[in-house]
Design a protein around this ligand. Structure first.
Ligand code: CO
Length: 180
């Protein structure tokens, strides 16, 4: 048996985070292994959601567990090729973080509810109506597939408040590049 896949979180401002992810067409073992490795990393990182671009894979794959609790696999939600077909309800503000922006938080305005269509790991279609926190997580993760990041949705005030931390992330990235 081959070694299990192991990913690390891709950090801002890696360019892959800005790319639009591509539609998944092969529902094979590799997809399954990718998803499993994404769950492992999400739980290790104490996240509630992870999108494939955050492990430098440009494909439309999301994993979520709204409690971030690996002891509750019944909450695991794997969405392949998701599409938000409806966003409704008032826009509400909620503080969001992102594994690609460790230590950075911002109040982001998003519609309360959404409807998502996707397929599961086997390619079976799903249609889910989401509200509250789950809808919030989904909308955040979905943004990753479009190359949209927390920093894009921040208010000017939050961007200013996080300016130094964001600048440090850019500096760290440049240093990592210089070492390659
Ligand atoms: Co994120």
């Amino acid at each position: 048996m081959s070694e299990p896949l192991e990913f690390a979180v891709t950090l801002y401002p890696e360019p892959v985070l800005r790319k639009t992810a591509e539609v998944v067409t092969a529902f094979d073992d590799e997809l399954e292994e990718t998803v499993e490795a994404m769950y492992r990393l999400m739980f290790e990182s104490q996240g509630v959601g992870l999108a494939a671009p955050q492990v430098s894979i440009r494909r439309r794959i999301l994993v979520m567990n709204e409690e971030g609790d690996k002891e509750k696999p019944e909450l695991n939600l794997t969405l392949i090729n998701p599409k938000i077909v409806e966003r409704t309800g008032d826009k509400t503000l909620m503080e969001e973080g992102c594994l690609s922006f460790p230590g950075i938080f911002a109040e982001i305005a998003r519609p309360e509810d959404c409807v998502v269509e996707a397929v599961d790991l086997k390619g079976q279609p799903l249609r889910l109506e989401m509200t509250g926190f789950l809808s919030r997580v989904l909308q955040h993760e979905y943004d990753h597939l479009e190359g949209v990041l927390l920093v894009d949705r921040m208010s000017p005030a939050d961007r200013l408040r996080n300016k130094v931390a964001l600048q440090e992330m850019i500096e760290d990235y440049k240093e990592r590049q210089a070492q390659i």
